[in-house]
Design a protein around this ligand. Structure first.
Ligand SMILES: Cc1cc2nc3c(=O)[nH]c(=O)nc-3n(C[C@H](O)[C@H](O)[C@H](O)COP(=O)(O)OP(=O)(O)OC[C@H]3O[C@@H](n4cnc5c(N)ncnc54)[C@H](O)[C@@H]3O)c2cc1C
Ligand code: SF4
Length: 507
């Protein structure tokens, strides 16, 4: 009997488990559906990336002799949902079973499991840690900490290992990676690709259907094939990797990418595999082309954080995205959708996000994420924003980063303390404050940086939860040592800013 091999938009890997399982006669089904395109208002660049990469991948499969049925978004008979498309194709072909690689989102898993067709889900072995292995690692632990998981992954993959010892004698070289970027530093930037005819057709479709969504479609420079993704990897290793570690936490107005790889967009849709990327980085270090802190720092993000957050997302279950441990419920400030703001750090991060569908980790965590946290924004709304605006956003990776690491909405599953920071941190790690309407060093008052009173307001209002956390002891000591009159003034200013945000005023 014919079987349908469903390939989703983030499963564009020729060695995908579902494709490996296909027999001659099976039909590959790929579909651009409104349900997936519209469940959050995705950035037009993200939609163009996924649809263009899907169309190129379908062409490659056909060239390899696969039987592919592809549904375009503007197909008049498009059923609008993945299940609807599967039912239509099952009717046409007489197929009695669907085979799919484990999707990266609980919502999609539920839709497939609850539908009328028998669906067989295969493990997604593009990841280095299976869900069973993560479960075994997590079992019996009181807390999940990246560092321990990461060491296991180093041992398991053998990456940068000398026998059973970490190369260079240390597991982690982060100590060398906290440098501020020089003002005149300009990273090489990611490689840019010109859209071909297939991509241009997708762009016209996206412009017509989603042109009003937040985000600029032009210029579109993402790669959309495996060949292009491999060129992006070569470019990163040759040009940006050597300086990757040094300025990993820095932010510069004039350089949106610094030495970041901008490879998540390719990794997350399957055009690159995490293992091949890490092996290439390891080889560059072995060849003496990159320093150890750069290679180790990069590999830790990929085999550490990337695998860790996926394990957490699936272990915690479908309700993870509804968690709100801090009880935050304010609307997301309009500045996140391009509304006016006088805060230069926020303006710069949002503008870059609108234009590129990309911001690097520290911008996501310490600018937009930090401001949403201090402003007490509803974590569900914050989660939807991140899922919508970044080209690399898929729930398995976005949700633990947003709800866990950034908003502490999971109560400490991903991180042992909230990533909350005052303006001083941003001033130390960026050049934003120099051109801001606010003064980062001023005492409470109308011209003072809003992040400072908001930070202390956050610390004070969540005292009961965090005061006993050893990692926050210094913060509470500093707060409690301040003269009471000063604390009162700071809290009053923080409260006033929160009221202004609630009233929708420009901050
Ligand atoms: C609030 C918030 C939301 C985020 N949402 C996403 C998301 O939707 N998709 C996504 O891929 N990453 C997300 N991240 C993690 C990280 O910011 C991005 O992976 C990174 O910025 C991608 O850019 P890059 O490829 O240039 O990364 P680089 O700095 O070059 O890092 C190399 C690679 O390491 C991996 N990586 C690094 N940090 C993380 C992390 N914390 N979690 C998982 N993988 C990581 C990525 O695959 C990345 O490509 C989020 C982080 C925060 C704080
Ligand atoms: S002064 Fe405050 S608001 Fe302005 S850029 Fe610096 S940290 Fe951001």
């Amino acid at each position: 009997m014919v079987r349908l091999i469903l390939v989703l938009g983030d499963q564009l890997s020729h060695d995908l488990s579902a494709l490996q399982e296909a027999w001659p006669g099976d039909v590959v089904v790929m579909a651009e559906v409104a349900d997936e395109a519209e469940y959050v208002p995705h950035h037009p660049k993200k939609l163009a990336l996924i649809f263009a990469a899907m169309r190129h991948f379908a062409d490659e499969l056909r060239k390899l002799g696969r039987d592919v049925i592809y549904t375009r978004l503007d197909d008049p008979d498009n059923a609008g949902t993945i299940m609807g498309e599967l039912l239509r194709r099952a009717d046409e072909t007489g197929a009695g079973e669907v085979i799919v690689t484990h999707p990266g989102e609980w919502r999609v898993i539920a839709a497939l499991e609850e539908g009328p067709l028998p669906v067989r889900m295969l493990p997604d072995d593009r990841f280095l840690c299976s869900l069973q292995d993560f479960e075994a690692w997590a079992e019996g632990r009181r807390e999940f900490r990246l560092e321990w998981f990461y060491r296991e992954m180093r041992r398991k993959t053998g990456l940068m290992m000398e026998g059973d010892k970490p190369a260079g004698g240390k597991w982690n070289f982060d100590h060398d990676n906290r440098k501020r970027a020089a003002h005149d530093l300009f990273g090489p930037g990611p490689i840019r690709f010109a859209p071909d005819a297939v991509t241009r057709e997708v762009m016209d479709l996206v412009a017509a259907r989603f042109g009003d969504s937040f985000g600029d479609l032009h210029p579109f420079w993402f790669g959309v094939t495996r060949g292009e993704a491999l060129r992006a990897l070569d470019h990163f290793i040759a040009h940006a990797l050597p300086g990757f570690g040094d300025v990993q936490d820095a932010m510069l107005t004039g350089d949106r990418f610094l030495n970041h790889s901008v490879l998540s967009i390719y990794l997350n849709i399957g055009l690159l595999s995490p293992l091949e990327v890490c092996q290439r980085v390891e080889a560059a270090w072995q060849a003496g082309d990159v320093p150890i802190n750069a290679a180790e720092g990069f590999i830790r993000q990929v085999i550490g954080w990337r695998e860790f957050v996926r394990g957490i997302y699936f272990r915690e279950g479908p309700d993870y995205v509804t968690r709100n441990a801090l009880g935050h419920d304010r609307a997301l400030p309009a500045a996140f959708w391009g509304g006016e703001t006088r805060m230069e750090c926020l303006r710069a991060a949002v503008e870059q996000t609108r234009e590129e569908a990309y911001a690097h980790h520290i911008q996501r965590l310490m600018v937009t994420g930090n401001f949403a946290l201090l402003a007490g924004a509803d974590p569900g709304a914050v989660h939807e924003w991140y899922l919508a605006v970044y080209a690399d956003a898929f729930e398995w990776v976005e949700a633990p980063n947003t709800l866990g690491m950034s908003q502490f909405a999971d109560g400490g599953v991903v991180g042992s303390k909230p990533y909350a920071a005052s303006g001083n941190y941003i001033n130390r790690m960026s050049d934003y404050c120099g051109s801001c309407a606010y003064d980062v060093k001023a005492r409470p008052g109308p011209g003072a940086c809003p992040l400072n009173p908001l930070y202390w307001h956050f610390i004070d209002r969540h005292r009961a939860r965090f005061v006993g956390n050893p990692r926050m002891a210094t913060v509470y000591r500093t707060w409690e040592r301040m003269p009471e009159a000063r604390r009162t003034a700071i809290l009053a200013q923080g409260e006033a800013i929160l009221r202004r945000l609630e009233a929708g005023e420009v901050v």
